[in-house]
Design a protein around this ligand. Structure first.
Ligand SMILES: Nc1nc2c(ncn2[C@@H]2O[C@H](COP(=O)(O)OP(=O)(O)O)[C@@H](O)[C@H]2O)c(=O)[nH]1
Ligand SMILES: [Mg+2]
Length: 320
């Protein structure tokens, strides 16, 4: 017999005993009273246990965490390509502790179309135009209880030619339009996208990039009031298009020396900083001229994935 039924039976006996006692006042009233008290005690205990059980069911329910992640960098740095490969890799592979889904149709269509075009040597998507932006949605299921709903902001950065001119003129532009700055402020993590293609062609590029990213941190400092503390938002510096290094006979250490000021500034001001050398694909020599025109077909692309998902797992470890 179930506990609940036993308790009901005991309580009925107690009730019956109480009625008998009221009418006949028999000698066995202490026994009846003891049964009644035990029954009432057990019923209260049962109620208490039931409440605790329902409370623990609530605790086991899925916990949803919303996060924004901003990717910051000049126009043409490779931000959109990186985002597309990152989402595609996360959703197509299986991981021990995580499952990834793209809940939004636009995100799914855009990533799929881009990858298919690349494999089929169809025209690549043109770079994100100035003042344009996209948000990509990613759901991350961690274990049985946690869902992270991540919104990636991928907004066009300033055109580097305009930026260089403004820098030389003495009043540098900002790397991103002010609307995106609000999104950056609300973000749980920041990704700084460094264009190694430009760095390898222009020895001033490290200076421009360093200035721009330091400016991002300074603006955050003035808004978030962490001037006297370390910035807690994790920052991941991505050296994108690292497949190009060998064409210029350069090594990662040369790049790190070139960006020493940026890395040491970030380490001084931010609690969590890391950097990765990232590549999504390699444009073979004879296709480079065409691909520079962005929307022309590129016939010789070799998928060359390096550190595409690693930065994201590092960031996720910091924001969870
Ligand atoms: N070699 C090489 N080129 C890349 C890579 N990723 C992007 N690119 C090139 O960079 C161009 C601009 O990339 P895009 O993501 O549109 O830049 P965004 O303006 O920062 O979003 C692309 O059209 C590619 O030609 C990469 O991993 N390796
Ligand atoms: Mg873009």
């Amino acid at each position: 017999m179930k506990l609940k039924n036993t308790l009901l039976l005991l309580n009925s006996i107690a009730l019956f005993g109480a009625i008998v006692w009221i009418y006949f006042k028999p000698d066995f009233e202490p026994i009846i009273a003891a049964i009644g008290l035990t029954g009432t005690f057990l019923i209260s205990l049962n109620d208490f246990l039931k409440k605790r059980k329902s409370h623990s069911i609530q605790e086991n329910q899925i916990l949803v965490h919303n996060h924004k992640i901003s990717i910051i960098g000049f126009l043409g740095s490779g931000k959109t390509v990186y985002m597309i490969f990152l989402l595609n890799e996360l959703c197509k592979n299986s991981y021990e502790n995580f499952r990834f889904y793209m809940p939004d149709k636009n995100t799914r269509e855009k990533t799929l179309l881009y990858i298919l075009n690349l494999y089929d040597n169809r025209p690549m998507i043109p770079p994100t135009g100035e003042n344009e932006g996209t948000n990509y949605q990613l759901d991350v299921f961690k274990g049985k209880r946690d869902v992270l709903k991540i919104n990636f902001g991928d907004f066009s950065g300033t055109d580097h030619k305009k930026f260089i001119k403004s820098f030389i003129d003495g009043s540098p532009m900002w790397i991103h339009d002010i609307d995106y700055f609000n999104y950056i402020l609300e973000s749980s993590a920041l990704v700084f996208a460094v264009d190694l293609d430009k760095y390898l062609q222009n020895n001033q590029w490290a200076k421009y990039t360093t200035y721009s990213f330091i400016e991002v941190i300074n603006r955050l400092a003035s808004k978030q009031d962490f001037v006297n503390e370390l910035l807690k938002t994790p920052i991941c510096i991505l050296f994108l298009k690292c497949d190009l290094l060998h064409k210029y006979n350069k090594q990662e250490i040369n790049v790190l020396n070139g960006f020493n000021d940026l890395i040491s500034f970030c380490k001084k001001r931010c609690k969590y900083v890391n950097h990765y050398f990232v590549s999504c694909f390699e444009i073979l020599q004879n296709a480079k001229a065409k691909s520079d025109k962005q929307n022309l077909p590129i016939s010789n692309v070799k998928i060359n994935l390096k550190n595409v998902t690693e930065p994201f797992f590092w960031l996720m470890e910091k924001i969870i």
